[in-house]
Structures are given as C-alpha cells and as structure tokens.
Design a protein around this ligand. Structure first.
Ligand code: TPP
Ligand code: MG
Length: 372
C-alpha cells in the first residue's frame, strides 16, 4: 500500500520555477503581473535614488574591507553583490518599521543613518554593539545565526499589543534557515499572524557550505510548511526585491500576517576578511554571477529609459567620496576604550566571578605593561 504524500503547498509560493524578475541582466524590463502593480511610482528619480544608495553601500563595503588590511578594523563581513537585496527591501519600509539584521546587512545601518562611529566600533573591536537601536529602528548586528528572527517576531507581536501598525523585518542567510531559532520564529509568526517579514538572502553559501547542502528543496518552500506564503525573487534585481517587500509589508500591515522572501543573490566576496573562498568555490561560478551585478543592471536600465547616466554616475561618485571621507574620519579619530571597561556592562550588578575575572585581567595588563 502506498502512502499518499501531500503535495507541497505550491499555491503559497511564487517564483519557484524561476525567481520573480523585473529587470533582466541586460537592463531590459520584464513584465510581471505580480510585481508591476507595486512599482507604478518608480520613476527616473526613484531609480536614481536606488542607484545612488546601492553605490554608497558598495563604497562603504570597499572602504571597510580596505581598513581591515590597514589594521584599522579587526574583521569585516562584506556584502558585495547583495546591494540590491538590502537596499531594495530597506527602501520599501517606513522609518518606524523595525529591522533586525545579521552581521552582513550593513546597508540597514547606512540607510538608517546610525553614523559610522558606533557602526564601525563593533568591527574595530571597540564596542559590543554599535548604536541605540530604538533611535534608528534598527537592531545592532546579530552574530548568533538566526536569533534575530525571534527578536523580530517578538517585536512585531509587541507593536500590535501597543496598537501600532509598524512591521518588523528579520534579515538572515540561507544557512540560517537550518537553525532552530528561524523555524521557531516561523511557527510563532504563523500561529499568531505576526506582522513580520522573513527576508532570506540566499547568497549561496554559509561560510564554505553551499546552499544545496543546507536544503533539498528551494528555501522558499520551507515556510510553506508553516503556512507562511513565500516570494522567491531575483535578489540582484532591486525593483523585484522592492516590489516583493512592498507586497509583504502590505500584507503584514493589514493583518495578513508574515511573508517569507527568498532573495536569490550571491556573495561575491569572501565570507569575512579572514576567509579564502578560492578553497571551496570555482572562478567560473563567481564570473557568471559577476554578469548579474545589481548596480550595473540598474545602470543599464537607466540608460535604456534615456536617463543621463553620466550625470547620475558623477553624482553617485561625489556622494560616495563624501561618505568615504566621513567613514575614514570616524575610524581614524576613534579612541580605543580601556579593555577593563568590557567588564562594566555584563550584568547590572557585578558577580563574584566577574570581579575575579576583572582582577585577573588587571593583573595581566600590569604584567605586560611596558612590553611591546
Ligand atoms: C548559532 C551559530 N552557529 C554557528 C555560527 C558560526 N557562523 C558564523 S557565520 C555562519 C554561516 C551563516 O551563513 P548564512 O546564514 O548563509 O549567512 P551569510 O554569512 O551567508 O550571510 C556560521 C555557521 C554562529 N555565528 N552562530
Ligand atoms: Mg549565506
């Protein structure tokens, strides 16, 4: 006797056969019955803004990467290649919607204007977190894979209890979908119709582990098991991402509950500045994704609609240079705190164990004073 297996809840997923696309790699526009109605206001000015945002985000990423090589930053997880996924989604939100990222979503802090002092303090090794999350409605970087999905879900539940209609977005990677936290967050979000968006950037790798090892099915099918609808979009297409996020926001704000977005993209750089990706992936794979560059794609589109791309590029350059100066100033003028202050904020009241560790640290520091 054969056991009838239930069919996957395919009606809950869009883009399973091919990721939903609006901009092809050559910059031409593809008609999308689902996404186009959500892009009616995206005129040349709006597209130019997205182009400049993505250029600034890429420049910050390049500068920070270089600063690790100069010994100014301790570590940096680059976002190169993921600009459209991050900018396209973040720009669909309003300022009071709360975003919860991992360690790679630098665009969230940049676009929400947290300032570079605190933001880079974490990567300099000077600070535990970078800024006041409530001032900017953006959580500080989460290193524990997937934990921010629970924070976002809880936060979104609380906004409803407060009578607000803000939504929360949890950004996480393909690898994170294997974590218990992410699955637990989806159970809660589905059961309580929580106004949260699960924004998964499938950049194809969890450090050296390719996504095919993480999941036997497309990642966008996973949330359907929890009854959460999913949109699988081309993550290098800023317009597709923008439209999909708008759909998810509308659903969440109007009481329709959570949505899962799988933005199919690629991590062009190493996992972090201490990683060597040539040890686990092929050059031809990287080269194929370089052809799908999200910024080049939007520039090609702007060209096609007759925009003055030479002027847009010039403006972007000026804005990027100004941002780079600001960033470097923040890093060059940052003062390293006394290491002993790391014991100050562990608990409200220090414990005996913490006091002992503090004393050990002070003794060690005294023992090496004058060395070096
Ligand atoms: C709970 C937990 N387990 C393991 C790690 C170590 N770790 C850091 S990054 C990473 C890979 C995450 O991959 P993915 O979710 O795809 O995000 P990406 O780095 O590609 O943005 C792992 C396993 C961690 N930080 N937290
Ligand atoms: Mg990944």
């Amino acid at each position: 006797m054969s056991i009838a297996m239930p069919a996957p809840r395919a009606e809950l997923v869009s883009g399973l056969d091919a990721p939903l696309t609006v901009l092809r790699a050559d910059g031409s526009r593809e008609a999308s019955g689902l996404l186009d109605p959500h892009l009616a206001d995206m005129d040349e000015t709006a597209l130019t803004d997205l182009f400049i945002d993505m250029s600034i985000v890429r420049r910050v990423d390049q500068e920070a990467f270089a600063l690790t090589r100069q010994g100014k930053l301790a570590l940096w997880p680059p976002l190169l290649g993921q600009e459209a996924a991050q900018v396209g989604s973040a720009r669909a939100l309003r300022d009071t919607d709360f975003v919860f990222g991992s360690y790679r979503e630098h665009a969230l802090a940049i676009l929400r204007g947290t300032g570079f002092g605190g933001f880079l303090g974490v990567w300099e090794g000077h600070a535990f977190s970078g800024w006041d999350p409530h001032a900017h409605h953006v959580a500080t970087p989460q290193i524990i894979i997937g934990a921010q999905t629970l924070h976002a879900t809880g936060y979104a539940m609380a906004t409803r209890m407060d009578g607000a209609d803000d939504v929360a977005v949890a950004y996480f990677g393909d690898g994170a979908t294997s974590e218990g936290d992410v699955n637990e967050a989806m159970v809660f979000a589905s059961a309580f119709r929580v106004p949260v968006i699960f924004f998964c950037q499938n950049n194809h790798y969890a450090i050296s582990e390719p996504v095919r090892v993480q999941s036997g099915t497309p990642l966008a099918l996973r949330p359907t098991g929890f009854g959460i609808p999913a949109l699988r979009v081309d993550g290098n297409d800023v317009l597709a991402v923008h439209a999909a996020t708008r759909i998810a926001i509308e659903r969440a704000r109007s009481g329709g509950g959570p949505t899962f977005i799988e933005a199919v993209t690629y991590r062009m750089g190493p996992h972090t500045t201490t990683d060597d990706p040539t040890r686990y992936r092929r050059d031809d794979e990287v080269a194929a994704w370089r052809e799908k560059d999200p910024i080049v794609r939007l520039e090609r589109h702007l060209d096609r609609i007759g925009a003055r791309t030479d002027r847009i590029r010039e403006e972007a350059q000026v804005r990027c240079d100004a941002t780079a100066r600001e960033l470097r100033d923040a890093v060059m003028t940052a003062e390293a705190p006394d290491p002993v202050t790391m014991f100050d904020h562990v608990y409200t009241e220090p414990t005996a164990r913490l006091e002992r560790q503090r004393a050990e640290h002070l003794a060690f520091a005294a023992s090496i004073e004058g060395d070096a």
